[in-house]
Ligand binder design. Structure first.
Ligand SMILES: NC(=O)c1ccc[n+]([C@@H]2O[C@H](COP(=O)([O-])OP(=O)(O)OC[C@H]3O[C@@H](n4cnc5c(N)ncnc54)[C@H](O)[C@@H]3O)[C@@H](O)[C@H]2O)c1
Ligand SMILES: [Zn+2]
Length: 686
C-alpha cells in the first residue's frame, strides 16, 4: 500500500467507527464538522484515485446500520441521504447541474425547508391507521420502532379528513424541540442522570429505546417532509410543496417554514433568512434543504447511490467544534459561587470565535472526565454560554493533567466551602472577598439589615469602583470630602448620609447578624440565633452541634454559620465594625438580648398571621416583635393558625380565619400585647 492508499484506508476505518458511534449508539465522539471534513477528504482522494475506490467505502453508503435488537423493516423505496453544500458557490454549481440535466433554461422552482436535526423515520398508514414505523437504518433495512413512534403525541395514530389513501408511507424527522431538550437536561442534572450532548442525540437516543415507555416520557416532535410509497389508486399532487399541503390535511404536522422559491437565488435568500432566525426557532436545525419542486423534474433527475440529484442540504456553520483545553480557571461570582471556566484554543463555532466555555462545577468535571490538554468538543448554540460536550479520549496523550479544584478562593484566599449534596462550591469570605464585595455591601445597608438610609445600589457601585469602600467597616469611615467627590452627590445628601451612618451605629444583635450576609441566614433565623445566644461571642464560638440545637437551624445552616466565623478575614471585618471609633473602628453596638429560655417566651409555639394595613405599627417591626416573643408569623391562614391580627381593609385571610373559627384581633389589641407581653392571655380557639 502506498501513502495515499493507506490514508484512504485509515479514513474509511475512522469514518466507519464514527458511524457506529453516531448511528448505532447515538453517542458521537467527534463533532459533525470533523466528520464532514474527514468525509470530504476521503471523497476527494477517491475522486482523484478512482482505481482504489472501494464499493464498501462510507462515501458510497447511507449512514447507519439497523440494530438487530429491534425487528427489521425492508424499505420498499430506499431512504436516502442528502448531498451537502457549504457556501453560495457550491449552491450555484448545484443549480447549474440541475439546469443542465433538465436541458432547460427556464427558471426552476425549488421547495425550501429547514433541515431539522433529528432522525429520519418512515411511517406507514393503511386504511388511515398507523401500522408500522421504521428508522432509516442503512437506507434499505431499518429498525421497527412502531411502538416507540406511537408514543409521540403529534403523530396521528389515525389520519383524519377526506379521501385518505388506502396505503401511504409518510417520511419525516423526529426531533426534540429546544425547550424540551433544555428542560430534560436540567432535570437530568438534578437527578444525576446522563445529560444529552445535543438535541439530535437526544431525539435518536430517546426514540431507539427497546422500552417504548421510556420514549413516551421524552419530549419528542415530528415534521413530515416526504412521501414514500402509496397505493396505485391514489393520485398525488404534482409538486413537492403541494404534496406537503396534502399531508397536512390528514392531520400530519408539516413545518410552517416551508416555502416555494424561484432559482438558486431564491434558495440563497431563504438560506440567509432562516440562518438569521436560527436561534429564535423552537427547534434545532443544521441547515436548510432545497428540493426541485416539480415531481416530473425530480423523476428526470433521479438518484445516485446515496442521495437524490434533485435535492441538496445547505449546511449552516457548525455549532460544535473540536479544540484543545489549554487550562481551567476558577471564577468567583458575586454570591461567592466558584465556577470553573475552560480556556480553549480559540476555534470558530457557529460563526464566532470561542475561547472560553463553562464547566459548571466540580461534578461536571468529574462527569466529563476531562483533563487539561484534552481534545474536547465545544458546543455553542444561540446565545447560550459555550459548553464542553465531551472529551475525545483517543486523542489524549501523556501530557494531559488533572484539573484540581481549588481549596482556597482564587480572589481572596478564604476557604472554599462545598456542602455535601450541593453541586456548587463557594468562597466563605463573604464579608471580605473582592468578588462578593458589592453584593455584600448592598445587603449590609439594606432596610432589613443595618437600614442605612440614602445608600442605594448605585452609590455602592460608585464607592467600590472609586476604592473608597472595601468592606462594610469602611462605610463608617467615609468623610464628607470623599462623598462630595462622587458623581451627583450634593452637600445635602452627603450630610444626610453621614447622619444615617451615625444613627445606624446603634442597632440590634439580630439586625447585625442578618447584615453579615451569612449564607441562608435570613431575618427570622438571625432573630432566633440572637435570642438563643444573646450575644456575638457565644454564637461565634458555637460548634456545629451547638448550633443544631437552635430551633429551625438545620445541618446546612449550621455549617454555613460555623464556616463563616472560622474565616480569619470575616473576623477581622467584624472586629473593625465593633471596635470603638476612638480605636479606628466603626463603633457599632447594641443592647445585649435578654436571654430567655425559649419555652419561657410568652408566644412560644403559637402561629400568628398578620393581615390588612396597620396604622400605628410598622408591619416588619410588628412581625419582628412577635417573633422575638417566640411566635411563628405565617403568611397564610390554616387550621393550625392560633391567631389572626387584622388591620384595616383585611380581605381573604380574614374571611378564611372566620370560616375556620380562628380568633381575630385588631391592631389595638396587638399594641397592648407588645406593650406588656408578660400578662397576656391569647384567645382560645373554640
Ligand atoms: N459526529 C459524527 O461522528 C457523525 C457520524 C456520522 C454522521 N454524522 C453527521 O451526519 C451527517 C450525515 O448524516 P445523514 O446521512 O443522515 O445525512 P444528513 O443529515 O446530512 O442529511 C439527510 C438527513 O437529513 C434529514 N432531514 C432533515 N430535514 C429534512 C428535510 N426537510 N428534507 C429531507 N431530509 C431532511 C433526514 O433525516 C435525512 O435523512 C454528516 O454530515 C454528519 O454531520 C456525524
Ligand atoms: Zn473569595
Amino acid at each position: 500500500m502506498n501513502e495515499i492508499q493507506s490514508r484512504m484506508h485509515a479514513l474509511q476505518q475512522l469514518l466507519e467507527r464514527y458511524n457506529t458511534e453516531y448511528y448505532l449508539h447515538d453517542e458521537p465522539s467527534v463533532p459533525d464538522a470533523e466528520y464532514d471534513r474527514l468525509m470530504n477528504e476521503l471523497r476527494e482522494l477517491e475522486a482523484a484515485n478512482p482505481q482504489w475506490l472501494d464499493v464498501n467505502s462510507p462515501t458510497q453508503r447511507v449512514g447507519g446500520v439497523a440494530l438487530t435488537s429491534f425487528g427489521s423493516v425492508q424499505h420498499e423505496q430506499p431512504m436516502l441521504s442528502l448531498d451537502n453544500v457549504f457556501n453560495a458557490e457550491d449552491l450555484a454549481a448545484f443549480g447549474r447541474r440541475v439546469q443542465e440535466r433538465l436541458l432547460s433554461n427556464d427558471a426552476i422552482t425549488f421547495c425550501c425547508e429547514p433541515k431539522l436535526d433529528g432522525l429520519a423515520v418512515s411511517i406507514l398508514y393503511e386504511q388511515g391507521e398507523l401500522v408500522r414505523a421504521a428508522t432509516r437504518g442503512d437506507g434499505v433495512t431499518g429498525e421497527d420502532i412502531t411502538r416507540n413512534v406511537r408514543t409521540i403525541r403529534v403523530i396521528p395514530l389515525r389520519l383524519s379528513g377526506d379521501n385518505i389513501p388506502a396505503r401511504i408511507e409518510v417520511r419525516g424527522e423526529v426531533f426534540m424541540p429546544k425547550a424540551g431538550f433544555e428542560r430534560w437536561n436540567e432535570q437530568a442534572l438534578v437527578r444525576g442522570d446522563k445529560v444529552f450532548a445535543n438535541p439530535r442525540n437526544a431525539a435518536a437516543g430517546s426514540l431507539r429505546q427497546l422500552d417504548p415507555a421510556i420514549t413516551a416520557q421524552r419530549p419528542l416532535a415530528f415534521y413530515a417532509y416526504a412521501i414514500g410509497v402509496v397505493d396505485e389508486a391514489t393520485e398525488l399532487p404534482d409538486s413537492h410543496y403541494a404534496r406537503m399541503q396534502y399531508l397536512k390535511q390528514f392531520g400530519l404536522p408539516v413545518c410552517d417554514e416551508i416555502r416555494q422559491v424561484v432559482g438558486v437565488e431564491g434558495c440563497q435568500i431563504y438560506h440567509d433568512d432562516i440562518l438569521a432566525k436560527r436561534d429564535a426557532l423552537p427547534f434545532e436545525i443544521d441547515g436548510v434543504v432545497f428540493k426541485v419542486d416539480t415531481i416530473a423534474q425530480q423523476q428526470m433527475l433521479g438518484f445516485v447511490s446515496r442521495a437524490p440529484r434533485w435535492a441538496v442540504a445547505h449546511k449552516f456553520p457548525a455549532q460544535e467544534e473540536l479544540t484543545r483545553l489549554n487550562d481551567v480557571e476558577f471564577q468567583v461570582g458575586r454570591t461567592g459561587a466558584i465556577t470553573p471556566v475552560a480556556r480553549l484554543e480559540p476555534v470558530q463555532v457557529g460563526g464566532v470565535t470561542v475561547s472560553n466555555a463553562t464547566l459548571h462545577n466540580a461534578d461536571e468535571i468529574t462527569r466529563l472526565g476531562v483533563k487539561i490538554g484534552d481534545w474536547v468538543v465545544v458546543r455553542r448554540a444561540g446565545d447560550v454560554i459555550p459548553q464542553i460536550v465531551n472529551v475525545v479520549l483517543d486523542r489524549r496523550d501523556a501530557s494531559c493533567r488533572d484539573i484540581d479544584f481549588p481549596e482556597r478562593c482564587p480572589v481572596c484566599d478564604s476557604q472554599v466551602e462545598r456542602l455535601p449534596g450541593e453541586a456548587v462550591a463557594r468562597c466563605s469570605g463573604g464579608l471580605y472577598c473582592a468578588a462578593q464585595r458589592k453584593e455584600a455591601l448592598k445587603h449590609f445597608v439594606s432596610r432589613r439589615a443595618m437600614d442605612i438610609d440614602g445608600i442605594g445600589d448605585k452609590l455602592i457601585e460608585q464607592l467600590v469602583d472609586h476604592e473608597l469602600v472595601h468592606t462594610p467597616a469602611d462605610l463608617f469611615a467615609l468623610t464628607k470630602a470623599q462623598l462630595l467627590g462622587l458623581e451627583r452627590m450634593g452637600e445635602k445628601s452627603a450630610d444626610k448620609l453621614l447622619n444615617a451612618l451615625q444613627s445606624a451605629r446603634e442597632t440590634t444583635f439580630a439586625r447585625f447578624l442578618f447584615a453579615l450576609g451569612i449564607r441562608e441566614i435570613g431575618e427570622t433565623t438571625a432573630q432566633t440565633l440572637a435570642q438563643h445566644f444573646s450575644d456575638l461571642p457565644a454564637l461565634q464560638d458555637a460548634s456545629v452541634e451547638t448550633l443544631l440545637k437552635v430551633s429551625d437551624v438545620g445541618e446546612v445552616m449550621a455549617k454555613h454559620i460555623y464556616y463563616f466565623f472560622r474565616q480569619e478575614h470575616n473576623l477581622e471585618v467584624i472586629q473593625r465594625l465593633l471596635a470603638p471609633i476612638s480605636e479606628g473602628g466603626a463603633g457599632i453596638s447594641w443592647q445585649p438580648v435578654a436571654r430567655v429560655a425559649v419555652d419561657a417566651l410568652p408566644l412560644n409555639g403559637k402561629t400568628l398571621v398578620l393581615t390588612g394595613t396597620l396604622s400605628q405599627l410598622n408591619r416588619d417591626a410588628a412581625k419582628q416583635a412577635l417573633q422575638a416573643l417566640g411566635a411563628k408569623v405565617a403568611g397564610s391562614v390554616s387550621a393550625k393558625t392560633d391567631l389572626v391580627i387584622a388591620g384595616e381593609a383585611a380581605g381573604s385571610k380574614l374571611e378564611k380565619a372566620q370560616q375556620l373559627g380562628v380568633p381575630v384581633w385588631g391592631e389595638d389589641e396587638l399594641v397592648a400585647l407588645l406593650q406588656d407581653p408578660t400578662g397576656i392571655v391569647l384567645p382560645v380557639k373554640p
